[in-house]
Ligand binder design. Structure first.
Ligand code: G6P
Length: 610
C-alpha cells in the first residue's frame, strides 16, 4: 500500500516521478505528492487529494525544476485522505519524507517531539519520522547515519525515502517490512516500491533487504544492513517489459488481465510438465523428495488468493488423500494453531508482499512445519525470498486491483501441486494422467469461454440497480462462488455473499425475493442433482436466477431463470473455467454502474500493512 518513487539524476526528474506514481497507483490512490530539489537545495513540494492525474495537473502549472526528488501515492492509514495528510511530510522546510507502512509507536514519539518544540501539520504516523530525523541530524555526520539512527527508534513497518535540502544531490532510503527496489541508470539512480514504476528509465534493479539503509547519489549507491555493516545487494536485469504493464488498448487493466489468462497459464505451466510428469524442480530443487513425506498441507493466504486456496483443498484431499487446511493469514498469525506432523505450509500470493501472509510465513517457520512453499507472481518479493520452496507464477504484472489472472494461475499451480504430491508419493496414477491432460487443454478451453463475454454483457444490465446478490456453488465450485461474489462487491459495490448451496435453508433463504439476484455455478458434476434441488427451492420463492452451466441437458432459460452455457470441461479444471463468466459479470456490472473498475474505492492491490 502506498507507492514511493525517488530519483537522483543529471536531468530534470519531475516527469519521471509522475510517470512512476501513475504506474504505482494500484498501491493507493487517495492523494499524491512530490518534493523536488534543485541543485541549490530549493525544495518545491506539491500535494493533491485524489488521484495522481490531479497532482500531474498541479505540477504542470508549477513546473518544479530539479534533479533530485521523492514522490508518493497514498492509501490512508492514519489520518483521512486529504492534502494535509498527503506525503511528502516535511520538517523545518529542510527534510522531506515519503513513507509506506505504519509506525506503531508514533503516538509516544509524537508526544516527545511536540515537547521538544516540533509542530505537527498532519494526522499521520509518518510525520514523526521526518521530525525525528530533523532532531537527530545534529548528532550525526551525514544523512544516512541520521536515518539509520532514526530507524532504531521506529517500531512498525516502513519503506521510506528522505531528502535534505542541505544535501540536494542525495536521497537516503530505508526498508523494514515494506518493499523497496533501487533502480540503476547511467549517472542516475532511482528508488521505488516496485520495479514497474521505473521500467521507462531502467531495467537494472537491486532489492533492498529488511533493515537496509542506502544512500543514493547520481554516481553511487551505498548500502548498510541492519547492523550498520556495508553490504552489496545483487543487481539483476528485469525481464518485465514496459509494455507488459500497459493496457494494450483495453479500456481497463481488468479486462486486459481477464483476456491474458490463457497465455498466463501457458507460461506458468511451460517446462513444468515434462513427458507428462511434474518437472523435478517445478516447485524448487529437491521439492519432490520433500513432498514424499508430507502428510498435511496448510494453506495461508488473503483475499482472492485465499479463495484459490479453498479450491485447492478439495483437490488435495480428494487426490492426494492427505488432510489440507486453509486459513486467512490475518487469523492464522494471531492464534495458536495445531501443527500436524510432516506439514507443508503453502502461502499463496500474487504480490508476495501481503503483510499478513508474510507474517504468517515468518510465524510458521518457528512452529515446526517441515517446509514452506510459496506460489507467487513476483520473483523479487519477500515471500519468494523467505520461503524454502518457490513456484513462480508467470502471470505477468497484474495491475487491476480486483485480481483475475492471478487467481486462475494460482489454481493451475495448485492442481499441479496436487499432481506433484501424488507423483512424489507414487500414488493415484490415474489422477496424475488426467490432471496433466486437463492442464494441457486448459488454455484453449479458457479461450473458448471468452465467447461468453457478449451474452454476459447483456445480463449485466439487469444487475446494475441491485443492492445485493447471492452466489451459490457446491463442492469445489463453492469457493468459485466466493470469488465471484468478491469480484462483484470489489468493483461494483453491490453487496454480494457466497453460500454453499446446501446451506441455503439455514438462513439465506430468508433473504430471497425479486430484488435479490442469485448466481449459481452449476457444472455437470456429481453434485449437480443436489444443486438442482437447491435451485428449485430458490425459484419457488420468486428469485431471479442466473445459472452458469456446461450442459444443455440440465437447464433451460425460463422466466426468472437465465441460463448461460459454456462448453463442458473436465471436472478437475472446471473451477478454473467457471470463474471466467463471473469475472465478466462483475466487470460489466461495474461498467454499467460507472464505478472505477481498476481502482475501486477504499481498496489497494498490494496490502503491505496489516
Ligand atoms: C488485496 C487485493 C486482492 C488480493 C489480496 C491478497 O486485497 O486487492 O486482489 O487477492 O490483496 O493479495 P496477494 O498479493 O497476497 O495475493
Amino acid at each position: 500500500m502506498c507507492g514511493i518513487v525517488g530519483a537522483v539524476a543529471e536531468r530534470p526528474i519531475t516527469e519521471i516521478l509522475i510517470e512512476g506514481l501513475k504506474r504505482l497507483e494500484y498501491r493507493g490512490y487517495d492523494s499524491a505528492g512530490l518534493a523536488v530539489l534543485n541543485r541549490e537545495g530549493k525544495t518545491t513540494c506539491i500535494k493533491r487529494q485524489g488521484k495522481v492525474d490531479l497532482l500531474a495537473q498541479a505540477v504542470d502549472k508549477h513546473a518544479p525544476n530539479g534533479t533530485t526528488g521523492i514522490a508518493h501515492t497514498r492509501w490512508a492509514t492514519h489520518g483521512a485522505p486529504s492534502e494535509r495528510n498527503a506525503h511528502p511530510h516535511q520538517s523545518g522546510s529542510r527534510f522531506s519524507v515519503v513513507h509506506n507502512g505504519i509506525i506503531e509507536n508514533h503516538q509516544g514519539l509524537r508526544e516527545s517531539l511536540i515537547a521538544e518544540g516540533y509542530t505537527f501539520n498532519s494526522d499521520t504516523d509518518t510525520e514523526v519520522i521526518v521530525h525525528l530525523i530533523h532532531k537527530l541530524s545534529t548528532d550525526y555526520k551525514d544523512l544516512r547515519s541520521t536515518v539509520f539512527a532514526a530507524t532504531k527508534q521506529l517500531v512498525g513497518a516502513y519503506g521510506m525515502v528522505v531528502s535534505d535540502s542541505q544535501s540536494p544531490n542525495e536521497l537516503v532510503v530505508a526498508r523494514s517490512g515494506s518493499p523497496l527496489v533501487i533502480g540503476y541508470g547511467l549517472g542516475e539512480h532511482f528508488v521505488a516500491s516496485d520495479q514497474l514504476a521505473l521500467l521507462p528509465v531502467t531495467r537494472r534493479f537491486a532489492v533492498l533487504e529488511e533493515g537496509d539503509v542506502a544512500q543514493i547519489t547520481r554516481d553511487a549507491v551505498s548500502i548498510i544492513d541492519a547492523l550498520g555493516e556495508p553490504v552489496r545487494r545483487a543487481i539483476e536485469e528485469s525481464d518485465i517489459t514496459a509494455e507488459a504493464s500497459g493496457k494494450a488498448g483495453y479500456k481497463h487493466y481488468m479486462l486486459k488481465e481477464i483476456f491474458e489468462q490463457p497465455e498466463a497459464i501457458r507460461r506458468t505451466l511451460q517446462d513444468r510438465i515434462i513427458d507428462g510428469n511434474v518437472a523435478d524442480d517445478a516447485f524448487g530443487n529437491g521439492s519432490l523428495e520433500l513432498f514424499k513425506d508430507i502428510k498435511h498441507v496448510q494453506i495461508v493466504a488473503c483475499g482472492t488468493s485465499y479463495n484459490a486456496g479453498m479450491v485447492a483443498r478439495y483437490w488435495i484431499e480428494q487426490t492426494v488423500g492427505i488432510s489440507c487446511s486453509v486459513e486467512i493469514a490475518s487469523e492464522f498469525r494471531y492464534r495458536e494453531s495445531f501443527v500436524h506432523k510432516d506439514s507443508l505450509l503453502v502461502t499463496l500470493s500474487q504480490s508476495g508482499e501481503t503483510a499478513d501472509t508474510l507474517a504468517a510465513l515468518r510465524l510458521a517457520k518457528s512452529l515446526g512445519y517441515s517446509t514452506s512453499l510459496t506460489i507467487c507472481n513476483v520473483e523479487t518479493s519477500s515471500l519468494v525470498r523467505e520461503s524454502d520452496l518457490v513456484y513462480l507464477m508467470k502471470a505477468g504484472p497484474e495491475i487491476g486491483v480486483a485480481s483475475t489472472k492471478a487467481f486462475t494461475v494460482q489454481l493451475a499451480a495448485m492442481l499441479l501441486l496436487s499432481k506433484a504430491l501424488c507423483e512424489a508419493k507414487n500414488i493415484n496414477q490415474e489422477f496424475c494422467e488426467e490432471a496433466g491432460q486437463a492442464l494441457n487443454a486448459l488454455p484453449a478451453q479458457m479461450e473458448r469461454a471468452f465467447s461468453l463475454e457478449q451474452p454476459i454483457k447483456a445480463l449485466a444490465e439487469q444487475f446494475a440497480d441491485k443492492q445485493h446478490a447471492l452466489f451459490l456453488g457446491r463442492g469445489d465450485q463453492y469457493p468459485v462462488a466466493m470469488e465471484g461474489a468478491l469480484k462483484l462487491k470489489e468493483i461494483s459495490y453491490i453487496h454480494a455473499e457466497a453460500y454453499a448451496a446446501g446451506e441455503l435453508k439455514h438462513g439465506p433463504l430468508a433473504l430471497i425475493d425479486a430484488d435479490m439476484p442469485v448466481v449459481v455455478v452449476a457444472p455437470d458434476n456429481v453434485l449437480l442433482d443436489k444443486l438442482k434441488s437447491n435451485i428449485e427451492e430458490v425459484r419457488a420463492r420468486g428469485s431471479v436466477m442466473y445459472v452458469f452451466a456446461d450442459s444443455d441437458d440440465h437447464f433451460e432459460s425460463a422466466p426468472g431463470l437465465d441460463v448461460v452455457n459454456m462448453a463442458h470441461a473436465n471436472h478437475l479444471i472446471a473451477p478454473i473455467l467457471f470463474i471466467i463468466p463471473l469475472q465478466f459479470l462483475s466487470y460489466y456490472v461495474a461498467l454499467v454502474k460507472g464505478t472505477d473498475v481498476d481502482q475501486p474505492r477504499n481498496l489497494a492491490k498490494s496490502v503491505t500493512v496489516e
